[in-house]
Ligand binder design. Structure first.
Ligand code: NAP
Ligand code: MG
Length: 490
């Protein structure tokens, strides 16, 4: 386990010597410490990233950069078990889920290695102009120095979603992981060191948002900010970015609806809803947090969902058979328990859960929670809870279901269950969300774009869309005629 900051290819101590405790959320106990970077360290890292951007890295071929990415992928895979266990200690999630994440992170580096290789062939494109006296080419170029700020829900995976495409494109990067979960980002830095990534190409600075994140947001030498986290910080970051016209991509979460129609298999719907809201303890930007069920099957669906929710094994993510681990931190526990209390006050019924499990007093655990009678104007219906808490509500018609689903300031994801293909197509088209899942909920693929409509964010990550985030576009136009231009000479 690392403690330093990784800047310019070296492990360094923070200038002011700050340290932060690393807490295991399953026990509430401190088991390590990391560095708390401040403005001077951030400046050091950005300066290193700028120097690296002025060096060989952006000039290399995509295939050369792809080789580094493939080596990173393979080293992550070689250490999958160990890195997954570290992720569980830091974040709390069940080990099998951590293994998915770490495997996906490796896959993300491989995928962008492939795009880096393809980039050599399609980096420059000739375009046809309507005036034969000119020829023109369009070149894609790396955007520059990237500041990446990520959350704690998928620590290494969120790092990979930003670091892999940025490096593939030829950018250099300063990554600030979330204070609560920095350990695997530091392992990524260690892997970058092992594969001899040129100094300054990837820098990892740990610390708290206001002290290590804000200076990165404000730094004039950062060309682009890539952020995943809360809407409040996203808005702040966008406003700060405006001062120097930094490029910004934002992934800000949602309140994603799941529409269960009366022609679907209730058992399958229950299974996908369970996965959609209880995996990763519901700390998922696209979590299935508002379930809309046709009134004719609402009672049966609710009964089955509650039965299954009550069977979930809660415990330490490293223990066998655990499906629900602790929330990431004490603060997150307080937020989620507070949101459930507020829901009760505002008229919701807690059908099951709603409390910390009595037998797990030490860690930051919350029972799987199902709410009904949730008023449409209440916080529980409108705001992200980011915990294992689902609101279930009946609808009478397809039109009503769509209207309820879209009645939100968010638009990250939506899902629907139906056996009618025409309905699936119709409803998918009507849902205002960046991701629509049909007869499933949550599966993500590195190849497919990820991001939201409305206040869920700006831009798309993953796939070739995620690569675009890190490229500039340059037109190179030549005058190839012997004729004088003759603007003023007749
Ligand atoms: P957050 O405050 O938005 O944190 C996200 C990242 O931004 C962290 O790395 C954080 O650092 C950093 N940060 C905080 N203040 C900053 C600032 N002034 N300048 C630059 N960076 C800053 O999110 P959170 O407090 O961890 O979680 C709050 C809520 O956000 C959750 O309950 C959930 O609703 C939402 N959320 C959404 C996602 C998502 O995937 N879209 C992920 C996580 C959380 P530190 O954490 O180290 O201070
Ligand atoms: Mg932790």
């Amino acid at each position: 386990m690392r403690t330093g900051l990784f800047i310019d290819g070296k492990w360094v101590s923070p200038k002011l010597g700050g340290k932060l405790d690393v807490v295991n959320p399953a026990t509430g106990k401190v088991f390590h410490e990391i560095s708390a970077a401040t403005e001077e360290d951030v400046d050091h890292a950005v300066t290193a990233a700028r120097r690296a951007f002025n060096g060989e890295w952006p000039k290399m071929s995509g295939a050369q950069r792809g080789q580094y990415l493939r080596k990173i992928a393979s080293r992550i895979r070689n250490r999958l078990d160990e890195i997954s266990e570290l992720e569980v200690l830091d974040n709390g999630k069940p080990l099998p889920e951590a293994k998915w994440d770490i495997g996906d992170a490796a896959g993300c580096f491989d995928f962008y290695a492939g795009l880096a290789e393809e980039y050599d062939e399609n980096r420059v494109e000739t375009i046809c102009l309507p005036d034969a006296r000119f020829t023109s080419k369009v070149a894609r170029e790396p955007l520059g120095v990237v500041g990446a700020i990520i959350p704690w829900n998928y620590p290494l995976l969120m790092a990979a979603w930003k670091v892999a495409p940025a490096l593939a494109a030829g950018c250099t990067i300063v990554l600030k992981p979330a204070e609560a979960t920095s350990l695997t980002a530091l392992e990524l830095a260690a892997i970058a060191e092992e594969v001899e990534l040129p100094p300054g190409v990837l820098n990892v600075i740990t610390g708290i948002g206001s002290e290590a994140g804000q200076p990165l947001v404000d730094h004039p030498e950062v060309d682009k900010l890539a952020f995943t986290g809360s809407g409040a910080i996203g808005a702040k970051l966008m406003a700060a970015a405006a001062k120097s016209i930094k490029r910004v991509s934002l992934e800000l979460g949602g309140k994603s609806p799941f529409l269960v129609f009366d022609d679907c298999d209730i058992e399958k719907a229950v299974e996908w809803v369970m996965f959609g809201i209880f995996w990763n303890q519901g700390q998922v930007c696209s979590a299935t947090s508002r379930v809309l069920v046709h009134e004719s099957i609402h009672a049966r669906f609710l009964e089955r969902l509650v039965e299954e929710a009550q069977k979930i094994t809660i415990g330490d993510g490293l223990a066998d058979g655990v499906l629900l681990g602790p929330l990431v931190s004490k603060i997150q526990l307080e937020r989620v328990v507070g949101a459930i209390e507020k829901a009760r006050e505002q008229g919701a019924t807690v059908v099951t859960g709603g409390r910390r499990p009595a037998h797990l007093a030490e860690g930051y655990f919350v029972e799987p929670t199902v709410l009904t009678d949730v008023p449409l104007d209440s916080q529980a219906w409108k705001e992200e809870i980011f915990g294992p808490v689902v609101c279930v509500r009946a609808f009478a018609s397809e039109e009503e279901a769509i209207a309820l689903a879209n009645d939100t300031r968010f638009g990250l994801a939506a899902a629907l269950m139906t056996s009618d293909d025409a309905r699936a197509e119709r409803v998918a088209a009507a849902l205002r969300a960046g991701i629509v899942w049909i007869n499933c909920s949550q599966p993500g693929f590195t190849e497919a774009p990820w991001g939201g409509y409305k206040q869920s964010g700006i831009g798309r990550e993953l796939g070739r869309w995620g690569f675009e985030n890190y490229l500039e576009t340059k037109q190179i136009t030549a005058y190839v005629s012997d004729e004088p231009w003759a603007w003023y000479i007749k």
